[in-house]
Design a protein. Structure first.
Length: 449
């Protein structure tokens, strides 16, 4: 896709000034580029033509996940124009109606609600709706579904361009659902045969992406000097390793002081549904106090919008882009890279992997190995420490003068060996004594000479 963007008219600029997000500007640029190709005024656009834009123009030039964001941004813009009576059709008709959820899936989800988080249930609902839509479209009887038919679904997921992690979640979710159907005697084939373990796609293992030291120092300086509360919240995130969702959910009174006057940041339930305490410095305590001063005492969250609402991720991401716009790195500077930087700098400073695992709120050490891989600084430090130990060991050996065994001493060693190995046997004890006596006489004669 060409990187140059089509200039936007005044109406689009007015819309973006009030509804700016991560994709709106790029989406509207693509929309007006399409209008320019069609040589069509926006007032003449129909719902059918918009369907052509979404299905053909955008899908050919963008990835599937990006197409969805562009589609939503364009529909919101058209709805804004419709409310200003600048559009001839109601763009709300462009919203896709969700496929009705199968009654068996509804029963299954009702059972999940008692043991799973709402976000997990919503994820199950999305995947099962998609699966049943494919089953109905291909006129497959779910009770009699076969392995070869499931393989066609595997291929469908791959053709949609879904990344391996998403496809893996699809397969695991549907396999759990099929197990439930099998237990309810509503499925003939074993779920383990329909979806095997080796069907799960291999997930790419990415290295952590901490910020380079110079970039990290400059970013912290800019965040400290800014009076923007979101910039200061990002500084807190950098020095506590919070996830962005945990940062937006921090309660107003989030400082915990123990009996030894040590200050901790109490992190609420987050991604892994667990609380944790993260030690913080006096500087961070003062920063939290400054963030508290921006809102009333009755506020719910440490940083919040009007009506006591959480600050959404897009606003925190936009605030980070404001201060890093001219900082050049190989990868984009995202909020999660602050967490990577927090972990890797502590690891480079000598903190144990178990300690970092507790600070990050991980339940499995393998998660910590992914997010806080051993850094080059750590490898170099341990390498030089090993060299020093080797030099010390070899230094002791060099100071020790090597002396080969003297022949007289060798005879004494032979006598000792005969007593130990042969003399211990009662049957040969007499013969061993005779041998030792002869060796001792030989030793005496050699010493006389």
């Amino acid at each position: 896709m060409p990187r140059c963007r089509t200039p936007l008219p005044q109406t689009a600029s007015t819309f973006l000034s009030c509804h700016q997000n991560n994709t709106s500007s790029a989406a509207l640029s693509q929309f007006y580029r399409w209008l320019e190709i069609k040589q069509m005024p926006i007032s003449a656009v129909t719902a059918q033509q918009m369907g052509e834009l979404f299905e053909n123009h955008l899908r050919k030039n963008l990835q599937l996940s990006t197409t969805r964001g562009y589609r939503l941004s364009i529909i919101h813009y058209l709805d804004w124009l419709y409310n200003k009576e600048q559009l001839s059709f109601n763009p709300k008709t462009l919203f896709r109606q969700p496929y009705p959820l199968h009654h068996k899936a509804r029963i299954f989800l009702g059972m999940l609600k008692t043991t799973h988080k709402p976000s997990t249930c919503r994820q199950y609902k999305t995947y099962l709706r998609n699966f049943h839509q494919w089953v109905d479209k291909n006129q497959i009887c779910l009770k009699q579904i076969k392995r070869r038919q499931i393989e066609q679904w595997f291929q469908r997921l791959n053709d949609r361009g879904l990344n391996p992690a998403t496809r893996c979640k699809f397969l695991i979710t549907v396999r759990v659902y099929l197990r439930w159907l099998f237990e309810q005697e509503k499925l003939y084939e074993s779920p383990e045969e329909l979806i095997r373990t080796n069907d799960l796609p291999k997930l790419p293992q990415y290295l952590p992406r901490p910020l380079p030291c110079a970039i990290d120092i400059e970013l912290q300086r800019r965040l400290r000097e800014s009076n923007n509360k979101l910039h200061q919240a990002l500084l807190l995130m950098r020095h506590s390793g919070l996830r962005v969702g945990e940062l937006s959910s921090l309660p107003r009174n989030c400082i915990h002081v123990d009996s030894n006057e040590n200050s901790f940041l109490k992190v609420p339930l987050g991604k892994l549904n667990n609380e944790r305490l993260v030690p913080i410095t006096e500087e961070m305590c003062q920063l939290i106090g400054k963030l508290q001063s921006y809102h009333k005492i009755s506020s719910t969250y440490l940083i919040e919008q009007r009506k006591k609402e959480k600050v959404p991720y897009r606003k925190l991401a936009h605030a980070l882009r404001q201060v890093t716009d001219d900082l050049v790195t190989e990868q984009p500077i995202t909020t999660h890279r602050l967490r990577h930087t927090y972990a890797t700098t502590l690891l480079s400073g000598g903190m144990s992997l178990v300690g970092i695992m507790k600070l990050l709120g991980h339940r499995d050490y393998r998660m910590t190995l992914r997010y806080a891989a051993i850094t080059q600084e750590t490898i170099i430090r341990e390498y030089h420490q090993a060299l020093k130990q080797i030099e010390a060991m070899y230094g002791k050996l060099q100071n020790h003068k090597y002396e080969p065994n003297h022949p007289i001493k060798a005879i004494s060693d032979i006598c000792a060996w005969v007593r130990k190995t042969i003399g211990d046997n009662c049957r040969h004890k007499h013969e061993a004594d005779l041998i030792v006596k002869r060796m001792q006489r030989i030793q005496a004669q050699i010493e006389q000479l």
